[in-house]
Design a protein around this ligand. Structure first.
Ligand code: SF4
Ligand code: SF4
Length: 278
């Protein structure tokens, strides 16, 4: 059984939008029926690149998350469509039949990922096809994958243990975007941003000197993490779970330890943590 999908490495995406532009170039004004009708000039993002800004100044991070149709194995769009207007091919690709889907606006709102777009002129729902028309014509990969300069997008057969995408998935341990939707996507991710806690340690008696090498411990959610401040006195814990209470301890010999409670509802910049001499 073939299961074509994508492995998207968020840590490699630089936000160049080449994938979005290649998708537009492939589909805008081009009718590939029965795979897809022509994409309109405006309002459609079959491959979106979502910019995610995290933290507060000066501890700010920006990530880019490419978001196509997830080609779900349990696809609400298929269930919402009448007359088999949305269907899954034997290779796992989920397609919208432009002829059968005419007038079926309910298909748009059925997708929890919001990756189906309504074409007002044609009165049809439309989305990413993984360039099924190209694959059937003998191409090796969708246009977005071909256009990505960083290797952030990998395409292949997730059901074939010998495929490169399966190898990478086994090594990198892919995640699902919004697992709570429970749709079993064939688009997997690596490096989806989680939460970070960062700050700066200063010593009250040495105000002009960076507090390098101070021990910082973060405990919570069943784990204990440890680090040391860098040469600027900064520290950071990355990849933390959301909505977890942690206790942060900052300690150095000769100084009173500091303890702070933090909750990872958002990314946290704790600012300056001052150590006093004992
Ligand atoms: S991401 Fe949305 S449009 Fe794509 S298969 Fe899943 S439910 Fe359907
Ligand atoms: S082409 Fe690649 S690097 Fe550029 S935005 Fe898309 S996924 Fe990211």
């Amino acid at each position: 059984m073939t299961r074509l999908g994508l492995l998207i490495d968020v840590t490699k995406c630089n936000g160049c939008y080449n994938c979005f532009l290649a998708c537009r170039d492939e589909h805008y004004g081009n009718d590939y029926s029965p795979y897809s009708a022509a994409q309109p000039a405006e309002g459609h993002f079959w491959m979106q690149v979502k910019e995610i800004e995290r933290g507060t100044y000066p501890k700010v991070k920006v990530h880019h998350l490419p978001i196509p149709c997830m080609h779900c194995e349990t696809a609400p769009c298929i269930e919402a469509a009448a007359d088999g207007a949305v269907y899954r091919r034997d290779d796992g690709i989920v397609l919208i039949d432009p002829r059968k889907a005419k007038g079926q606006r309910a298909i748009v709102s059925a997708c929890p990922y919001r990756v189906i777009f309504w074409n007002e002129d044609l009165s049809i729902p439309q989305k990413c096809t993984l360039c099924a028309h190209r694959l059937d014509a003998g191409d090796k990969e969708p246009r977005c994958v071909e256009a990505c300069p960083t290797g952030a997008l990998q395409f292949g057969d997730l059901a074939d243990p010998q495929s490169e995408i399966s190898y990478l998935a086994a090594v990198l341990g892919p995640e699902v975007y919004h697992p709570e939707y429970e749709t079993k996507p064939l688009v997997k991710y690596v490096g989806i941003p989680k939460r970070f806690v960062a700050g700066e340690v200063v010593r009250a008696d040495l105000p002009g000197e960076c507090a390098e090498g101070v021990a910082v411990v973060l405990e919570g959610g069943g784990v204990t993490l440890q680090t040391q401040t860098d040469s600027y006195g900064d520290f950071e814990f990355e990849g933390l779970e959301k909505d977890v209470f942690y206790v942060l301890r900052v300690q150095q010999e000769g100084y009173a330890p500091r303890t702070l409670e933090v909750f990872t509802r958002t990314d946290l910049n704790l600012g300056r943590i001052v150590l006093e001499r004992v």
